[in-house]
Write a protein that binds this ligand. Structure first.
Ligand code: AKG
Ligand code: FE2
Length: 335
């Protein structure tokens, strides 16, 4: 379903095995590249807690946060005006913290992370558990998408079933670009004319799929809709299930677009909000990437075989997920 002011469909995944759900998810991601996922198993209290941890972290003194600077491993603290999600525009007025190089048997990142997290065991365990839970949701959605795409497999000869085409490329102990990210966009008091200001430049995401939490009264995400060909605001949508977190925003990244010859849309998005918005914006984002060595080859599916266009490789010289990520990071941070 969609509503008047919401460009996105909501897909309820409470019954994961229902084949209708796979098609609903596929349709939503073929049209807008973004969808709200309801029927997930994130409790409201868990999502409140992760936002709370992020807020407490950003409140720590700048000198402290700077001791864990963001580096080419894609981990660490990102200062204000450091990141250029749109390399043709000015730098983004936001701060962030990335947890990367995640080992998916423990949820623990391998890059340098602030000792504030590790000092308190309960806090660190919680962040790791949330990372594992986000990864599990991403894998469930990738299974659904593979079913929706009717990917062909060779399970009879001991190969990988088509439904596992994506998830089999996620090896829990292999290095990947998967990243948990906290973002903070302080409210602005200057230039108080109500005009929106771009706070995260227009971009597509670099992984296969992104999961995002935003909060009520802290909206700001906008998509460049492939349907209307206009910028459209993604509203905050309240929870429909008692005790559970609101629907989660999920979008396709570049890799799923390559894999599917552009059928799944890696939709351009940005963050822009009015200076009249009085609350700081916080978002929590999980970027899901397959193992580094994964080739970005087209998936075997009759739904894709006859497609041409963006992402369709003309030969068999496919790049890997890591090569794609390194190229995008170099553009964003100007290495
Ligand atoms: O803060 C947000 O809502 C979006 C952030 C984003 O698009 C990104 O970091 O890739
Ligand atoms: Fe993004």
């Amino acid at each position: 379903m969609t509503s008047d002011n919401n460009p996105l469909t909501t897909v309820d995944i409470s019954y994961l095995d229902d084949p209708k759900i796979a098609k609903e998810l596929l349709d939503a991601l073929v049209s807008q590249g973004f969808v709200f996922i309801d029927g997930h198993n994130f409790q409201a209290s868990e999502v409140d807690k992760i936002f709370d941890i992020s807020k407490q972290f950003f409140k720590l003194p700048l000198d402290y946060k700077r001791k864990f600077p963001f580096d080419s491993s894609n981990s660490g603290y990102i200062e204000f005006n450091r990141e250029n999600l749109d390399p043709n525009a000015k730098k983004d007025f936001k701060e962030g913290l990335n947890f990367s190089g995640i080992d998916f048997t423990t949820g623990g990142p391998s890059g340098a992370i602030p000792d504030w997290f590790v000092e308190e065991q309960e806090r660190y365990t919680f962040v790791k558990d949330m990372t594992l839970k986000l990864n599990k949701l991403a894998l469930d959605l990738l299974l659904l998408l593979a079913k929706g795409l009717e990917i062909e497999g060779n399970d009879k000869e001991g190969g990988v079933p088509g439904a596992e085409w994506f998830t089999s490329r996620y090896k829990p102990t292999s290095k990947s670009g998967s990243t948990l990210r906290f973002l903070h966009y302080p409210a602005q008091t200057t230039n108080n004319n109500g005009d929106g200001e771009v706070r995260a430049g227009a971009h597509t995401d670099y992984g296969s799929m992104t999961l995002l939490f935003q909060k009520k009264n802290q909206e700001g995400l906008e998509i460049y809709s492939p349907v209307s060909r206009k910028w459209e605001k993604v509203p905050f949508v309240d929870s429909t299930k008692p005790g559970m977190a609101p629907p989660i925003i999920v979008n396709i990244g570049d890799l799923l677009s390559y894999w599917t010859a552009g059928l799944l849309k890696s939709t351009i998005h940005r963050v822009k909000f009015s200076n009249l918005q009085t609350e700081d914006r916080y978002s929590v984002v999980f970027f899901s990437h397959p193992s580094d060595e994964t080739l970005l080859e087209p998936v075997p599916s009759k739904l894709l075989r006859d497609r041409t266009g963006r992402g369709v490789a003309k030969d068999t010289e496919y790049i890997t997920a890591l090569q794609h990520l390194e190229k995008k990071l170099a553009n964003t941070y100007g290495y």
